[in-house]
Design a protein around this ligand. Structure first.
Ligand code: ADP
Length: 635
């Protein structure tokens, strides 16, 4: 009897500790992580198990004369609470050791919940007998055997879970589990010697819960850890931003300085040849500036995880052929031969982000042209097709200046430009390859560089794409013919900004077109409604009152309106082209206008159209009346 009083008192102390722990834990600000939620449940079931253990201890004392049925119910409630406590510990151990890395953990949790429900059911239906002796209560029966077997299985599961995370076996997070094993062994051994002393279990579970609180599940410690992580991240981001700003300020000032300097020189200059040469330098500096702006957009999108893969069907060979053609003006006067070689088994239509592949190859080809003085640049594309998968191997080899072996790794860093002293005459930002590498990696591919300093470099890109069509008789030539005369075709340029209108009309001048301008979508619609017809409309999108897209929708409602409308926009970020094409625009021209792109658009939409100019005045309608004399005498 004295034992009973002693053990009940021990359990009451354990319950008090547990309740204090709960008060502290639940009064603190917690995070909604799985560990915290598990620990909260863990505390609740610990308190319930301890409280029900105390109630059982009291009921079982002979002086209470409690009926067997009530004792059985009280015992089962106690066992269920303990079993739930043990299950939560199992789940907690599984979570911290391997489940947190798995995506299907919700499924595992729901399966585990089902197992617990079944176990509780079995525990409830199996019999248990409890009898009070002078030295304490002693329970026996199938229900108890099942309970201990379940607990042993739980221990084993904890152990296996920890083994799956063997390299962290000494981690502090497993301390409560080790303690549980030690205390578990201790209470089982005591129980074997003194079968009636099963009141040690709850003080042990409370001790484990207490240790957990002070080692790993203390909300204060957790919040401090999270705050430290957030602080480190914020400091890192801030440093990166400062570096970025100081780099950018330098990069942008350099071409701007050229634009301002050469423009002022032009104002003072009378020699037309010198003016032309200065204008060329202005174009070069502006292109460099544009490259920087695009580069910043791309890199900041990539770093903010906002760059998306836009998958469409595309013709790789046609795309890369077009790119190679764009390189010819860049090569200019340099004695460089540009060769392209496309394997015949490259599928005619691939599915993937063709735009990004173009950007990747464009960056590598541009570098090859930039850093090669003479010799050869070879663009080669091979592929390995299996089923619907096409493994592309795209390589660009040049006979340029090459890269020193110790510098090869750094060329993919942001703003990294090698041999700045040799680069002074070459435009560049040091962003191209950083963007290229990240784009390749985003698409699940890789990029490899081989280079011999002074002899040349080879950049190889490996990418996987989906095959959509394999036939090879697809027309793979550019679709416009510059021999067709497009002069006098009527083009309407719509832009709310007067400078933009001026630039567009200036750039259209060499084509001797019949150009009209207007400053809003409404004005454009009025012109069409008035019956004016055009062969092409270049329509700005971002305009006040009515956007270009809205204007297009209105234009499409006008009967017999078939003029191709091309969007002319500074909205040049990734995916915009596809968006505008979906809206119904025939094509897309980004601002600042690229001369070659403009030419492509003009010849694509103006060159194939039959000239429908009427040479003769239309004859009077009544001429078709056969009863009328051919010549009417007016006299
Ligand atoms: P940049 O705008 O300077 O060209 P990139 O990121 O594209 O920036 O390239 C980083 C550096 O790598 C270049 O400044 C150049 O020194 C080196 N590099 C890149 N491609 C080549 C190449 N084909 N041959 C030699 N050097 C190259």
């Amino acid at each position: 009897m004295n034992y009973m009083v002693g053990f009940i008192s021990l359990n009451v102390y354990a319950l008090i500790v547990c309740l204090l722990l709960m008060t502290v834990f639940f009064s603190k600000k917690r995070q909604k992580q799985v560990e915290d939620q598990s620990y909260a449940h863990f505390l609740i079931f610990n308190a319930l198990a301890t409280a029900s253990g105390i109630v059982l201890g009291i009921l079982v004392t002979p002086s209470f004369n409690t009926s067997e049925f009530i004792l059985e119910i009280a015992n089962k409630i106690y066992l269920i609470c303990l079993m739930c406590w043990s299950c939560i510990l199992n789940y907690y151990t599984m979570y911290i050791s391997f489940l947190n890395k798995r995506k299907d953990r919700k499924k595992v949790l729901s399966l585990y919940k089902k197992i617990i429900l079944v176990a509780i059911f079995i525990l409830v239906i199996l019999p248990v007998q409890i009898e009070a002796t002078d030295s304490g209560a002693q329970a026996t029966g199938a229900s108890l055997v099942f309970f201990y077997t379940f607990l042993a299985a739980g221990f084993l599961s904890d152990f296996i879970s920890i083994l799956t995370d063997f390299k962290n076996i000494t981690s502090k997070k497993y301390l409560p589990i080790y303690l549980l094993l030690v205390l578990g062994l201790f209470s089982v051994s005591v129980q074997l010697v003194f079968p009636q002393l099963n009141y040690l279990v709850n003080p042990c579970t409370v001790l484990i819960t207490l240790v957990m609180y002070f080692t790993i599940e203390n909300p204060d410690i957790k919040i401090i850890e999270q705050l430290n992580i957030a602080k480190d991240q914020a400091e890192k981001a801030n440093r990166a931003k400062s570096d970025f700003l100081s780099n950018m300020s330098h990069e942008i000032r350099t071409p701007l300085n050229a634009v301002v300097g050469f423009s002022e020189a032009i104002l003072e200059e009378n020699d037309i040849e010198q003016i032309k040469s200065d204008a060329k330098d202005i174009i070069m500096a502006s292109n460099n500036l544009l490259e920087i702006v695009n580069g910043i957009l791309d890199i900041s999108k990539i770093e903010a995880d906002k760059m998306e893969i836009v998958e469409t069907e595309y013709d790789l060979v046609e795309n890369l052929n077009g790119l190679a053609k764009l390189m010819i003006p860049r090569i200019g006067e340099k004695p460089i031969e540009l060769r392209t070689k496309f394997a015949p088994d490259i599928p005619s239509i691939l599915y993937g982000d063709g735009g990004k592949i173009k950007q990747i190859v464009m960056n590598i080809l541009t570098n090859a042209v930039k850093y090669t003085e003479r010799g050869l640049i070879n663009l080669e594309v091979n592929c390995v097709n299996s089923g619907s998968e096409c493994k592309l191997v795209i390589s660009v080899e040049d006979t340029g200046r090459g890269i020193k072996p110790e510098k090869i790794d750094s060329i993919f860093n942001k703003f990294e430009r090698l041999e700045e002293d040799r680069n002074t005459t070459l435009e560049g930002t040091g962003l191209g390859l950083a963007i290229t590498k990240r784009l390749v990696e985003m698409m699940g591919g890789k990029i490899v560089v081989q280079s011999k300093y002074g002899a040349g470099s080879k950049f190889t890109v490996y990418l996987k794409q989906e095959i959509r069509a394999v036939h090879t008789n697809v027309k793979r030539e550019i679709t416009y013919d510059k021999l067709v005369d497009i002069s006098n075709r009527k083009v309407l340029v719509v832009d709310d900004n007067k400078i933009n209108l001026k630039v567009a009309t200036r750039m259209l001048t060499p084509y001797h077109l019949n150009i009209e301008e207007c400053e809003s979508g409404l004005e454009c619609i009025d012109k069409i409604k008035e019956g004016r017809s055009y062969d092409l409309i270049l329509l700005d999108d971002m305009m006040p009152k009515m956007t270009g897209t809205e204007a297009l929708k209105e234009l499409e409602k006008i009967p017999d309106f078939h003029t191709p409308v091309v969007v002319l926009t500074a909205n040049a970020i990734e995916g915009m082209k596809e968006k505008y094409l979906k809206e119904g625009f025939k094509d897309y021209l980004a601002k600042p206008i690229d001369k070659l792109e403009l030419e492509r658009i003009l010849y694509t939409y103006l060159a194939y159209k039959e000239k429908k100019e009427e040479i003769f005045e239309p004859l009077p309608e009544d001429l078709y009346d056969i009863n009328k004399p051919l010549h009417q005498d007016t006299n």
